[in-house]
Design a protein around this ligand. Structure first.
Ligand code: FAD
Length: 443
């Protein structure tokens, strides 16, 4: 069954998120971008409205939302401000490794506080010298008895300056690549944890981004989310579930850029007509609309796969890649429709363009998404058609075969594809001149 209809509960959530976005996020978005701050009271309002932590399962007291709920809500937040949406979404990212972890007592210890006491949790794989190559983590986790001692620095951490808890990925041996990666739940107030200065950014300035430094931070064994050897997989599983949400950020951003551009095109006049009457502008708008719609299909498909307990890795990569690439294109064309005004801070598209630029970078760059999809297409994907060498013969082109001449074997040149009918392969291919050894019998 194929069904794109949202349930009444999902439609309610969409409506609630939309209202929150228009009433609470939109009016403050440009102010916080300008002053480069993340308003904690706004995050608290979203928390009080039940729009944060919805993904905590019901058996831990949460709402047990699926990814569909998450992407529907996130699109609305991002439509009002992609930067604030990044900070609002960050608990979902920080929580994901804990929810996926096998450490039940750890979930029971932390989830109630996160649910009931407005606690923020951030996610940290990236470091000053490493982002894409998660197996290359250098932050050191040294085993001491049953505990671990953390030393190193995490960088680019969203809500790093605000979070109470942290999902930290480290390694017991930086040279052992994937095998050494492990993950811990760390509290900000533990001795040896320090937060760096807020990192100045091009866009998404409403989201808080900092480094976090660990100096001899003792992590009790109870706080291990993934032991050495299991951390890399946990990080990848996390990304497979959070990348659709980045796609949803991109849809919301592109949608708003498109809406503002349509509004402007209907009002701005040039050469005695509204610019929206020019076919050149209409084509831009058509392409924007197509890209927003296509992105949503891909993002919902990836979220649906995750909610069906399928492995969403490839669908998530495709959705993240396509939606984020096209959001930048849509925002850029929206700015073009605004002409000179698009380039000013008086209209909203310059901010959307700056904000959209980040989507192609965090949670795996576009280059990394291409790598993931190429790896699957070339190694994991099971083709429907037979290999080239086993293609059926084009018999209608061969009168002898059409006549059903028995006893004649068929040989295909593996280099140029020439098909030879005869009891033996020819000494030499008459097309590419490769020797007899290039021929393979077609069965
Ligand atoms: C505002 C912001 C917020 C962030 N929030 C978080 C967060 O909350 N938690 C967290 O852990 N991280 C976070 N990140 C980090 C983000 O995930 C990384 O920046 C990203 O993964 C890229 O890593 P990098 O910056 O180290 O670039 P690098 O990995 O050094 O890559 C540099 C360039 O080389 C390319 N490249 C790298 N490897 C390959 C390859 N094999 N093939 C082709 N090209 C390649 C990349 O695509 C990129 O273009 C955030 C980043 C930003 C900017």
């Amino acid at each position: 069954m194929l069904d794109f209809t949202l349930t009444p509960a999902q439609l309610d959530l969409q409506q609630q998120a939309r209202e929150f976005a228009r009433k609470e996020i939109l009016p403050v978005a440009w102010y916080y971008d300008e002053i480069d701050e993340t308003p904690l009271p706004l995050l608290k309002k979203a928390y009080d409205a039940g729009l944060i932590n919805g993904d905590i399962p019901q058996n831990y007291g949460g709402k047990g939302w699926g990814l569909i709920e998450n992407v529907v809500m996130t699109e609305e937040f991002a439509a009002a401000c992609p930067g604030l949406a990044t900070s609002l979404f960050d608990n979902s990212l920080g929580l994901e490794p804990l929810l996926l972890s096998k450490n039940e007592p750890l979930k029971k210890k932390y989830l109630p506080g996160i649910l009931n006491d407005f606690k923020l949790i951030c996610f940290a794989t990236s470091e000053p010298t490493m982002g894409s190559d998660v197996a290359g983590i250098r932050c050191k986790a040294e085993q001491d008895g049953e505990d671990y001692v953390l030393n190193g620095t995490k960088y680019w951490i969203t809500n790093g300056g605000m979070a109470d808890y942290m999902s930290i990925f480290a390694t017991v041996d930086p040279d052992s690549q994937h095998k050494g990666v492990c993950a811990f739940l760390v509290e900000r107030d533990w001795e040896g944890v320090s937060i760096g200065r807020k990192i100045p950014k091009l866009g998404q300035r409403g989201s808080n981004t900092t480094g976090i430094h660990f100096k001899d931070v003792r992590v009790p064994k109870e706080n291990v989310m993934a032991p050495p050897g299991e951390g890399f997989v946990l990080a990848m599983q996390t990304f497979a579930r959070t990348r659709p949400a980045i796609g949803a950020f991109a849809i919301g951003t592109a949608r708003s850029a498109m809406e503002f551009a349509i509004d402007y095109a209907k009002k701005r006049r040039a050469f005695g007509a509204k610019i929206g009457d020019f076919q050149a502008i209409q084509h831009k708008i058509a392409e924007m609309y197509q890209k927003v719609e296509t992105s949503r299909l891909l993002v919902w498909k990836a979220a649906w796969e995750a909610d069906q307990a399928m492995d969403p890795t490839i669908a998530a990569s495709i959705a993240k890649f396509y939606a984020t690439e096209t959001a930048l294109e849509v925002a850029n064309e929206a700015l073009q429709i605004f002409g000179g005004y698009g380039y000013t801070k008086m209209f909203p598209v310059e901010k959307l363009l700056r904000d959209a630029r980040l989507f192609r970078i965090y949670e795996g760059t576009s280059e990394v998404q291409r790598q993931i999809v190429a790896g699957y297409a070339m190694n994991g994907y099971r083709p429907v058609m037979p290999p080239l060498e086993e293609l059926p013969l084009h018999r209608e082109m061969d009168p002898a075969a059409l006549a059903g001449e028995p006893g004649k074997s068929t040989w295909r040149c593996r280099i140029c594809g020439y098909v030879h009918y005869g009891d033996e392969a020819p000494q030499e291919c008459p097309y590419c001149f490769f020797p007899q050894s290039a021929f393979k019998a077609v069965v």
